[in-house]
Design a protein around this ligand. Structure first.
Ligand SMILES: [Zn+2]
Length: 539
C-alpha cells in the first residue's frame, strides 16, 4: 500500500469485489472437469514439497513451483481445516493455469501471495498480493459436500460399462463391493432401457458407501488414473490431518472424471475469482514490462503494417524485414486480416518488434529519410541514450515511422476517456468480467453461474455490467470469434493500453455490433431453451 499510484485501484477493486462475490452465494453448487484442468500436475513429475503448517499460517506451492501461497486463519481457527484441505490445493493447482491464460510479454505474475480469513465485510477483496476473505460469510460455506447425487452422474452407461467389465483396478474394486443383487441390476442394465433409475441408484449407493470409509487409496488401484493436484496434495499429507471422506470423494471424481460432474464449493469459487485479481495486477504490469515494449493493443492497424513490412515499402520497412527470423517473416505471409485465426501472426509480429526495440539503436539518417520525427524523438535521439532509454527511443522512432499503424505511447498516457482509436476508454468492467469468466466458464462451468441458464428470465445482461454479465459476453465472443480474446484483453488492460477498437481488430466487429449480436442470440436462445433445470440439490 506504499505506492500512491496503485492505492486507488486497490481500493476500488476491494470495494466492488465484495459486492460481486456476495451475489455469488445465491447460485447452486457443482462443477466439473474441464479442459482447463489439464495444466495440473502430471503423473511422473515430482510431487512438490509438502505444504508446511506453522500454527495458523499454512503454506502451499503451485505444482510447478511458480508461486507460494500462504493462508492465514489465525482469526478464523475453525476454518483452518477447510482452508488447508479444500481451498489451498485448488488455489495452488489453478495458479499456473491462470498465468498461462493471462500472459504479457515481460510480465511476471506475483510469486508470493496471501489469503487471510478474518471477520470483515462483504465476501472477499484483493489488493496487490493480499486477498482478504470475510470469515462471517466463508464459515457458512464449510462442510456442504454431502453424498453423491443423481445429477452428478452425467454418463451412467459409461460408469456401468466400466464396472461390469472391471476394466480398471478401481472399477474392479467397486465391483467387489457390490452385493449379488446390485451386480444383477447392473448386468441387466441397458443404456436404452427403462431401468436406468435402478442402475443409477446402485452406482450412487456404491459411491456413497465408499466415501466415508478409510482411505481407498493404494497406488496400484489408481494406476492409469489422472489424479488432480487437489487430490495429490491431500494424499501427500499425513492421513490423520485429512478428512478421509473428502479424499475418497476426490479419488472417485478423478477416477470417473469423464462420467461424473465435478463438484466445486462456492467458497472456493469465490476465492478463485480473487486469485485472478492476483494474476491481473492491472496498473502494476506497466512497471514490470520492459521499457518501450509494445502490447497487442499498440498495433492499431495490423493489415497496413504487415503490408509495408512484406513489400519493404520504405527503407525502415525493408530494414525491419531483414531483422526478422524466417518464422516471423512467415507470420507476415500468414496474416489474413482481422479475425481470430491471426492470433499467432500478431503474437509473432509484436514479439519481433519488441526484440528489435530492445536491440541496438535504430536511428540511421538514411533509414529515416522521409520520416517526420517528433521534436521529443529528436531530442531523445540527441541524448544518445542507452539501456531502457534506448529502448524507449527505438519505440518512438517506430511510432514516427508508422504513425497510422502504431499507437503513440505519449498519446496513450494523455488521451483520457477518448473513444478514438488509440484513445483510452473505460475498461473497468473487464477488471471484474475476466475473473468471473475464468470462474464460471473455466473453473466451474457446470454451476451455470453466468450463462443462459443463469440469465434466462432475468433482465437483459449488459456487456459492461461487470462480473457475470461481462463474463457471459466474453464467453460469447470467445466461442464465436476469438478463443484468445480474454488473453488479449487482459494484456492491454494490464498495460493500461485498452482501446475500444481492440474488438474490431480481433473479431472484425465493433464492440457495439458484438453487443447487439450477443443480445439477439440471448433472446433467441431464451425462447428456444427449455425451462431452467432445477438447481442441483445442495445437501
Ligand atoms: Zn473481483
Amino acid at each position: 500500500m506504499k505506492e500512491p499510484t496503485t492505492m486507488k485501484t486497490k481500493l476500488i477493486v476491494a470495494a466492488v469485489c465484495a459486492v460481486a462475490a456476495a451475489g455469488c452465494n445465491t447460485t447452486g453448487p457443482s462443477a466439473g472437469p474441464t479442459s482447463g484442468r489439464t495444466l495440473a500436475w502430471a503423473p511422473g513429475s515430482p510431487i512438490p514439497a509438502p505444504a508446511e503448517i506453522s500454527t495458523n499460517r499454512y503454506v502451499i506451492y503451485a505444482p510447478d513451483g511458480s508461486c507460494k501461497i500462504t493462508i492465514d486463519t489465525t482469526k478464523a481457527t475453525d476454518m483452518t481445516d477447510w482452508a488447508e484441505h479444500r481451498l489451498a490445493p485448488v488455489l495452488a493447482e489453478w495458479y499456473p493455469m491462470m498465468t498461462a491464460i493471462m500472459p504479457t510479454p515481460g510480465y511476471k505474475a506475483p510469486t508470493n501471495w496471501t489469503v487471510t480469513i478474518a471477520p470483515g465485510n462483504g465476501v472477499a477483496a484483493t489488493g496487490g498480493t493480499r486477498v482478504t476473505a470475510n470469515y462471517t460469510w466463508f464459515r457458512t460455506q464449510m462442510d456442504k459436500e454431502g453424498p453423491f447425487t443423481a445429477n452428478e452422474i452425467k454418463n451412467l452407461a459409461g460408469i456401468v460399462d466400466r464396472l461390469r467389465k472391471q476394466s480398471d483396478p478401481i472399477s474392479a474394486y467397486l465391483w467387489s463391493q457390490l452385493t449379488g443383487a446390485q451386480k444383477a441390476t447392473l448386468k441387466s442394465y441397458q443404456p436404452s432401457g427403462s431401468d436406468a433409475s435402478e442402475a443409477r441408484q446402485v452406482v450412487l449407493d456404491v459411491f456413497n458407501k465408499i466415501v466415508p470409509e478409510p482411505s481407498i487409496y493404494q497406488p496400484a488401484r489408481f494406476k492409469g488414473i489422472h489424479l488432480t493436484y487437489e487430490t495429490l496434495a491431500l494424499l501427500h499429507q499425513s492421513p490423520k490431518d485429512v478428512e478421509l471422506s473428502h479424499v475418497n470423494r476426490l479419488l472417485l471424481q478423478d477416477s470417473y472424471a469423464a462420467e461424473t460432474t465435478r463438484r466445486h464449493l462456492e467458497g472456493v469459487g469465490a476465492l478463485v475469482h480473487e486469485e485472478v485479481h492476483v494474476v491481473q495486477q492491472y496498473g502494476g504490469g506497466r512497471r514490470n514490462s520492459p521499457a518501450g515494449s509494445l502490447s497487442f493493443g499498440d498495433v492499431t492497424n495490423y493489415g497496413s503494417l504487415v503490408k509495408k513490412l512484406q513489400e519493404k515499402a520504405d527503407p525502415i520497412s525493408a530494414f525491419l524485414n531483414l531483422q526478422m527470423t524466417p518464422g516471423e517473416r512467415k507470420a507476415l505471409t500468414d496474416y489474413k486480416g482481422p479475425g481470430p485465426t491471426d492470433y499467432y501472426s500478431r503474437t509473432n509480429l509484436v514479439a519481433a518488434l519488441n526484440r528489435i526495440i530492445r536491440g541496438p539503436g535504430l536511428y540511421d539518417a538514411a533509414l529515416f529519410k522521409g520520416v517526420t520525427l517528433r521534436d521529443t524523438t529528436v531530442s531523445a535521439r540527441d541524448e544518445k541514450p542507452e539501456g531502457s532509454d534506448l529502448a524507449r527511443l527505438n519505440r518512438a522512432l517506430l511510432e514516427d515511422a508508422y504513425p497510422v499503424e502504431l499507437v503513440r505511447a505519449a498519446a496513450t498516457t494523455t488521451t483520457a476517456g477518448g473513444g478514438a482509436r488509440g484513445g483510452r476508454v473505460d475498461s473497468g468492467w473487464l477488471t471484474e468480467g475476466i475473473p468471473d469468466y475464468i470462474r464460471w466458464f473455466i473453473y466451474q462451468p457446470e454451476a451455470h453461474g453466468a450463462d443462459l441458464i443463469y440469465f434466462k428470465g432475468k433482465a437483459d445482461p449488459k456487456y459492461n455490467g461487470l462480473y457475470r454479465p461481462s463474463a457471459y459476453f466474453l464467453n460469447y465472443v470467445t466461442l464465436k470469434y476469438d478463443p484468445h480474446i480474454v488473453t488479449k484483453l487482459n494484456d492491454v488492460c494490464r498495460q493500461g493500453k485498452y482501446y475500444e477498437a481492440v474488438w474490431f481488430d480481433n473479431t472484425g466487429k465493433t464492440l457495439q455490433e458484438l453487443n447487439t449480436e450477443w443480445l439477439d442470440q440471448f433472446h433467441k436462445d431464451s425462447v428456444a431453451a427449455p425451462a431452467p433445470a432445477p438447481a442441483p440439490a445442495r445437501t
